[in-house]
Write a protein that binds this ligand. Sequence first.
Ligand SMILES: Cc1cc2nc3c(=O)[nH]c(=O)nc-3n(C[C@H](O)[C@H](O)[C@H](O)COP(=O)(O)OP(=O)(O)OC[C@H]3O[C@@H](n4cnc5c(N)ncnc54)[C@H](O)[C@@H]3O)c2cc1C
Length: 405
Amino acid sequence: MNDADVVVIGAGLTGLRAALEVVRAGLSVLVIERENEVGGRVRTSSERGCLLDHGFQVLLSAYPELSGLPPLESLRLAPFSSGARVRMNGEQYDILDPVRHPCSLFSTLRTPIASVTDLARLGLFTLGFPVHYARAHYRSCAEVLDQWRFSRLFRSAFLDPFLRGVLLDPSLSSDVGLAAFYLRTFARGRATLPAAGMQALPNHLASALGRQHILLNSSAAHLRADRVILTTGEEIRARHVICAVDALSAAALGGPEQTTPLLGTATIYFLAERAPYPEPILTLNGDGRGPINNLAVVTNVQRSYAPADSALISVSVLGDHARRPDDHLIPDVREHLHAWFGAEAARWEHLKTFRIANALPARPRLTQGAMTKDGIIFAGDYLSYGSHNGALQAGKAAAYCIVTE
Ligand SMILES: Cc1cc2nc3c(=O)[nH]c(=O)nc-3n(C[C@H](O)[C@H](O)[C@H](O)COP(=O)(O)OP(=O)(O)OC[C@H]3O[C@@H](n4cnc5c(N)ncnc54)[C@H](O)[C@@H]3O)c2cc1C
């Protein structure tokens, strides 16, 4: 006898979305997750009254896949400003989206960074997304952006650090379709943070599914088309098996070979007595000096991320910097913070560093996110593209392999 119609391995966004679709189709489901909480790469810890997302993440309100989820009002999303503050050679410049912040157009154009031509090109590049994305072959973001002939400063001070932070890719070798998708989604909505931290999103899906359908602290060791064997030796039988784990775990469980490069990052949290600036805006490293790529005072966006008398600052570093141990990295980060914010930054308390080695797949495979191998359905962001949207899309595609049979 089967334990469920469908067993899903992995309670990240892909697995939870797949499970929700399966239940919507009237089938029974059991989700198996090796960790003690749902979320996968979307986790939030609590420390000293602060909410620490495991890696700086934002939920883009215009992600198309959000419309297929249970309503998100309970997440109480709060938005960042659309655009970024560039720190460059001791100065700061705000480059804001003129559509979302029309009054900012002239101040943006008065900066040495953005010209009318740059903004027009960026608009066209963003709108050109479907054409690029439909291309069958991979083209690197850096290569395509070079062809668009943005001004040198617009690239080096604004667009490149912004995309590096989004793609976690210092060399911008990720597929350009992914960059264009992100830019388009940023333009269509807002980057937001949930009041209870990013893990509120997978928690919301798990609650909608029903926690009784999720088996935590259980790791799959072997998969067959009709059963899952746990590391304890226990067998769970089902009519269908969906493997919704990350790229490396999928390869270990007999899934597609892991060939796409995986990108890493480190997020360092500091607790300050007061915020270094009041606006809910992302700060970018515009001159390439120092280890920080981007910084956010997350309490300027969501007050709930830290106690009322303090500010939480999230610092993102990429590439080789992200691999350095704290005793080397933190002094360099502190020096960088001092250059940006002066002596007050020395008083900020280093709360925690999250190092995520395999955060994102660099090159999307341009599939819907799911494929069948040996009768098992494999799904995940590594088969679509690394993002909440890519994972949710992959989960839906996996369920459709079953419910449209
Ligand atoms: C630092 C960082 C920043 C990011 N920033 C953003 C952002 O700002 N915006 C955005 O849209 N996206 C962002 N992403 C990407 C996004 O978080 C991921 O693409 C998405 O969460 C992947 O979901 P998934 O379910 O496919 O995989 P995962 O989240 O990796 O879930 C896989 C699950 O499978 C479980 N598992 C693995 N092996 C087994 C096993 N053998 N048995 C049982 N369970 C198993 C794991 O424990 C995990 O819970 C970021 C990711 C990171 C890491």
